[in-house]
Design a binder for this molecule. Structure first.
Ligand SMILES: C[S@@+](CC[C@H](N)C(=O)[O-])C[C@H]1O[C@@H](n2cnc3c(N)ncnc32)[C@H](O)[C@@H]1O
Length: 446
């Protein structure tokens, strides 16, 4: 592995910490600037994503190896230590190479003294393998499984607790392990614009429009470059397919995506709407994200309108829509596989803060739907306050809406029982998708 690869990885780690950057957005620019391609580019991606993902475990190991609390280690040096620990415990880089290159990085970043500290600490880390360290530093299970699993599977303890409540104690470890496995890229062939036969990769199991790529740059696939296909998790494809596929009596011409940015689901919904002669309204509160929706819909054969607006103050007449998707802003705890830094940025209070907005968005969508019309409430989080909590409350407070059984809408999804009878919950460890939650509601007639 070249030193340029390690320097580039450190640069990304520092930006993720200091500027709240997203690794997947920053990596391509940094790789370009360092002129790294092919194998080296793959190594930088692994160094960065692996180090960020496993930070919880590595900090527990480093706490045992550093002679002071980690908060008193300079943040740049701590980044170097995490990077070195990842090479030693997860990448099979020979110890001497991992240590000496880390010492050089630390000297460049923080001076000679920092090199000495990094040398001493990483020598201690190299004394055991990952299993040996976990046996040493993970709190015993009987003193609280959440704290044990938090160290072993590198998630904040509050996230472990939230996921345990949602998936159950028997499966939480499989879910946490799945969160740590980088997902393969999935593409969607937008119906009417592309077929999945023209895309590279293996067909997805649950969505009839998806393929899973073996590797390579998805942007280099012609159908993706032309906007006829897109990068989209299979679970997200199923959300759009569920709204479009649910039985509806009567008029079926006015569809809406209530929280549309950046527009992945809008693009699939619009393609499906076009096949049925329906039009799509895409609502998005953030101006720049509404711009991304417009870009995603640019090739759409459907008639569509993108509105920068607030779904809690509906921009349409009451009772005017036939099908509405509410893909609510949420904690994202179901998409941790593809956002390595997300788990460390969220806090429990974020969920408490989001729930009232989620309810108001769902209320706004129901108000805008005609009697007999359908609203699909979805989150990319399985956390119960955001899923069954929101839906139960809205059902409790309104007598003009009922829950519709989702299972016949997506009969190809096995073991997807949601937390409320008739709702659906996808899981990375069971379905290989993000943990999307879906509840289908129908506005009552009369
Ligand atoms: C989970 S994301 C939607 C992802 C999108 N459906 C897709 O597949 O690309 C939620 C979106 O809701 C938007 N949002 C937040 N509050 C909103 C509001 N009050 N009205 C409309 N959109 C809102 C956020 O800006 C964010 O873009």
């Amino acid at each position: 592995m070249s030193d340029a690869a390690r320097s580039a990885a450190l640069e990304v780690l520092v930006a993720v910490r200091e500027q709240d950057a997203y690794t997947n957005l920053l990596l391509p620019a940094v790789l370009r600037r360092h002129g790294l391609t092919g194998r080296d580019a793959g190594l930088v991606t692994e160094l960065v994503s692996g180090t960020v993902r496993r930070q919880g475990t590595y900090d527990a190991v480093l706490t045992a190896c550093v002679d002071r609390p980690l908060r008193r280690v300079s943040p740049d040096v701590l980044d170097v230590l995490r990077l070195g620990t990842h090479q030693l415990l997860a990448m099979r880089v020979p110890s001497h190479a991992a240590i000496s290159t880390s010492v050089d990085l630390a000297r460049d970043a923080a001076g000679r003294g920092a090199g000495g500290l990094v040398n001493a600490v990483l020598r201690r880390v190299a004394e055991r393998d990952l299993e040996g360290w976990l046996a040493e530093v993970a709190p015993p299970r009987d003193e609280g499984s959440d704290r044990h699993d938090a160290v072993v599977h590198s998630h904040p303890a509050w996230v472990v607790a939230e996921l345990r409540r949602a998936v159950g104690a028997g499966e939480v470890e499989a879910l946490l392990a799945a969160d740590n496995a980088p997902p393969r890229v999935t593409l969607v062939a937008r119906p009417g614009l592309a077929t999945r036969d023209e895309l590279p990769g293996e067909p997805t199991r649950l969505s009839p429009h998806g393929v899973v790529l073996d590797g390579g740059d998805p942007g280099a696939v012609p159908a993706v470059a032309e906007g006829r296909a897109g990068v989209q998790d299979e679970g997200s494809q199923l959300v759009a397919l569920a709204l479009a596929g649910a039985d509806l009596d009567g008029e079926d011409r006015h569809w809406a995506d209530w929280c549309a940015g950046p527009g992945g689901k809008s693009a699939l919904l619009a393609a499906l709407a076009a096949e049925r002669g329906a039009a799509l309204l895409a609502v998005e509160r953030a101006h720049h994200r509404a711009g991304l929706v417009r870009r995603n819909l640019a090739t759409s054969p459907a008639s569509y309108l993108v509105v920068t607006g607030d779904g809690t103050r509906p921009p349409v007449a009451p009772g005017s829509l036939d099908r509405v998707l509410v893909d609510a802003p949420c904690s994202g705890l179901g998409a941790l596989r593809r956002r390595p830094e997300a788990r460390w940025r969220r806090s429990k209070s974020d969920i408490r803060g989001l729930v009232p907005l989620q309810r108001r968005l769902l209320d706004g969508a129901i108000d805008s739907t005609r009697p007999g019309g359908l609203v699909l409430y979805a989150t990319c989080s399985p956390a119960l306050p955001e899923t069954s909590g929101v839906v139960s409350k809205v059902l409790e407070q309104r007598d003009d809406v009922e829950l519709v059984d989702m299972r016949p809408v997506l009969p190809q999804v096995p073991h997807g029982e949601g937390p409320l009878e008739g709702t659906l919950q996808l899981w990375p460890h069971r379905h290989g998708t993000d943990a999307m939650f879906m509840a289908l509601l129908r506005r009552r007639l009369g």
